[in-house]
Each structure stands twice: as structure tokens, then as C-alpha cells.
Design a protein around this ligand. Structure first.
Ligand code: AMP
Ligand code: MG
Length: 352
């Protein structure tokens, strides 16, 4: 019953989106400290959010595709434009702790402890939702994912709009996440507005956790690691949990339109390197590749995370490249989050 109604709303939003492409001109506003129009641009973007339109904006993780989280019709437009399945819930972005109280039905002490330590920042908390949160945001679940982003443009937009903002990454469902405004334009040319805040500083999506009786469960790895969280919350049930329930966590994701493979540790591969682009981390395997993008000069995993999606976009757009090869890293700490993205990005291509 619920999913039937949801599908109708998204279908209606999709039809509306289709009727509009020639009318809608994306408004793109560049934000830097020299911009004289910063204030006006922000007000215009907030006005669009209030009118139920979609605004793409930078967060420190990746660019988000934002709508008023309390307006079901606006949220339906996100699903329609992204072609995102209705079973995949959205994260709500807030600017102040006060907003958290309005969106959740229960907050225990641990939530404040986590907020104090990691917000603003790239940690999403899955919490019991309040009645104010429309079902379309949570795909009908009784819980809601909430995050306070560290990016100031994001928080200013939320405050000016006067509402929490639901925002998944600003790309077509299943495709490479955007870390620059140009990546958003490439995949979502019909979005109403893009706030261009330059390249994002973390580069991969937030860590998502759910609190359980004895501790927490990681639903998605990110730059904030299990060890970081354990230093604040003493118990962790992650290892003991057999199956992790996070709708929308599909095997194929973050995928380029070109063939992509993660190399094995010995880099033995049956490919024509003259047509291949290498996403290189250690610098050890670069010989023979048509093009190489070195994601870090100092073997820093944080830099791998920051530059990984951009490298995938660059090779996807390069006509000399037919196949994208990524260097693997050890799956510990931030390496877990990086390998999770790379494995999903190559998933469909490995099955060929
Ligand atoms: P993104 O597409 O990066 O915005 O991430 C959204 C992801 O967060 C979804 O695909 C879910 O896996 C997860 N998520 C959001 N809300 C919930 C929730 N209430 N319960 C469990 N996972 C959630
Ligand atoms: Mg996404």
C-alpha cells in the first residue's frame, strides 16, 4: 500500500521533470570569499528550496541534491531526477542541534556524545524518526538518517531555507558521485540550481551508523572509522552482526560508464595498457599505462578518498581511455571505505 502511493508520487514528479527540461535553466552560482553576490545567491537558492525546487550544493563529502525534507512533493523530485528507487532512503541534513530534536522521537545520551565529537562532520546517525518526517524520505522506515555537514555553504543554505534538507549525492542512481560542480552538471543538467563551492574536501560519502542496545553498527564506511567511533562509544557490535540492514546498499554503485577494474595486489591483468587509465596510489605500477592519475604523492589514504571519484570522472570523459584500473589498498581504517567504493564501481564490469 505504502510503496504503491510512493511510486505514484515519484511517477508524477518524474513526468513533471520530463515536461520541464526545455523551460528549466540551471542557475549556477559560484561561491568563493571574493564573490560580491554571495548573499544574493544564497538567498535565491534558499528561495528555490522553499518553493519546492532542487538545489545541488557542496558538502564536505560529495555534492548533494537537496530539497525541503518536510515537503513530500519536493522530495519526490529528488527520486525522479536521480532515477533512484523508492526503497533507498535519504539522509536529512541539519545546521543546528535544535533541528535534531524536531526530526527524531527519541534521543539518548550517546547521540549528544557523538554529535559533540563528530558534528559538524561526515557522520550520519540513523535514529527513530518523528511524525514530522515524511515517509518518502525514509522509504517507509521508522528510522531516519541525519547529519550535520561541515561545509559552511551547506549549513548556510539549510539555515536560510528555514528547513532541514534531504540530500543524496547529486548524480544519477548508481553512477559516480560528484566532488565538483561540473560533475553535477554532467549528470543532472536539468537541476534547478547548483551552488559551486569548488572541490569537496573529504571526497567520499559519510560514515553511517545505527545505535543498538550495546553499542553501534556501521551501515556504511567512511572517513570516520570504526576506531574513531569506538574512542567515543566504548562498545561495538559490528563484528558480531551477521547481516547489516541498510536499504539501498546495492552491490553495484559509483559506476563509470566505461569498464572499470580494481587490480589485484600483484597487478597481473590481461588488458591493453595503451587504452587504460590508472588510478595510482603507491606510484609503483605506473609503467605502460596510457594515462596515470596519482591520487596521493605521500601515500595518504585521505587523499585517495578526496581524489578517487574525480579521477574516475576524468577517465570516464577521456576519449583515449577505454578501461579504468584502480590500485587496491589494505582494507583497514579509511582503506575499508575506499575499497568499498572501488569494489562497487567495478561490480558490473567484473561480471562481463
Ligand atoms: P546517500 O545515497 O549517500 O544519501 O546515502 C543514503 C544511504 O543511507 C541509503 O542508501 C541507506 O543505505 C542509508 N540510510 C538512510 N536512511 C537510513 C535508515 N533510516 N536506515 C538505514 N539506512 C539508511
Ligand atoms: Mg549516492
Amino acid at each position: 500500500m505504502y510503496s504503491g502511493i510512493l511510486s505514484c508520487v515519484i511517477f508524477a514528479a518524474r513526468s513533471l521533470n520530463r515536461m520541464q527540461p526545455n523551460v528549466v535553466r540551471t542557475e549556477v552560482f559560484e561561491f568563493d570569499n571574493r564573490s560580491m553576490d554571495r548573499q544574493n545567491n544564497m538567498e535565491r537558492a534558499a528561495q528555490l528550496i522553499q518553493e519546492g525546487k532542487l538545489v545541488a550544493f557542496p558538502t564536505e563529502t560529495v555534492y548533494g541534491l537537496g530539497a525541503n525534507a518536510l515537503d513530500p512533493m519536493a522530495v519526490a523530485k529528488i527520486f525522479a531526477l536521480k532515477e533512484r528507487p523508492s526503497f533507498d532512503p535519504l539522509i536529512i541534513h541539519i545546521a543546528d542541534l535544535e533541528d535534531l530534536k524536531k526530526l527524531t522521537s527519541e534521543i539518548d545520551e550517546r547521540v549528544y556524545l557523538l554529535a559533540e565529537n563528530f558534528w559538524p562532520g561526515s557522520l550520519t546517525l540513523v535514529l527513530p524518526k518523528s511524525n514530522r518526517v515524511p515517509d518518502i524520505v525514509t522509504s517507509g522506515l521508522p528510522t531516519v538518517g541525519i547529519r550535520m555537514p561541515a561545509n559552511e555553504i551547506a549549513r548556510e543554505l539549510i539555515r536560510k531555507s528555514g528547513c532541514p534538507i534531504a540530500a543524496p549525492s547529486a548524480n544519477k542512481f548508481g553512477r559516480i558521485s560528484p566532488t565538483k560542480a561540473d560533475h553535477v552538471k554532467k549528470q543532472l543538467p536539468d537541476v534547478d540550481c547548483i551552488l559551486d563551492g569548488g572541490k569537496t574536501t573529504v571526497g567520499i560519502e559519510s560514515t553511517i551508523i545505527e545505535l543498538i542496545e550495546k553499542g553501534f553498527r556501521i551501515l556504511r564506511n567512511g572517513i570516520i572509522t570504526k576506531e574513531d567511533i569506538e574512542s567515543v562509544l566504548p562498545f561495538d557490535e559490528t563484528e558480531k552482526t551477521e547481516s547489516i540492514v541498510a536499504p539501498g546498499m546495492v552491490k553495484s554503485h559509483y559506476s563509470p560508464v566505461k569498464k572499470m577494474m580494481v587490480a589485484d595486489e600483484s597487478f597481473r591483468m590481461d588488458i591493453d595498457k595503451s587504452k587504460a587509465g590508472l588510478i595510482s596510489f603507491s606510484g609503483k605500477y605506473e609503467t605502460g599505462f596510457q594515462k596515470v592519475i596519482r591520487v596521493s604523492e605521500t601515500n595518504d589514504l585521505k587523499e585517495y578518498a578526496v581524489n578517487m571519484f574525480e579521477a574516475m570522472h576524468t577517465f570516464e570523459d577521456d576519449i583515449e581511455i577505454d578501461i579504468i584500473i584502480a590500485e587496491p589498498v589494505a582494507e583497514t581504517g579509511i582503506g575499508k571505505a575506499i575499497m568499498d567504493r572501488l569494489r562497487k564501481a567495478e561490480y558490473n564490469w567484473r561480471k562481463d
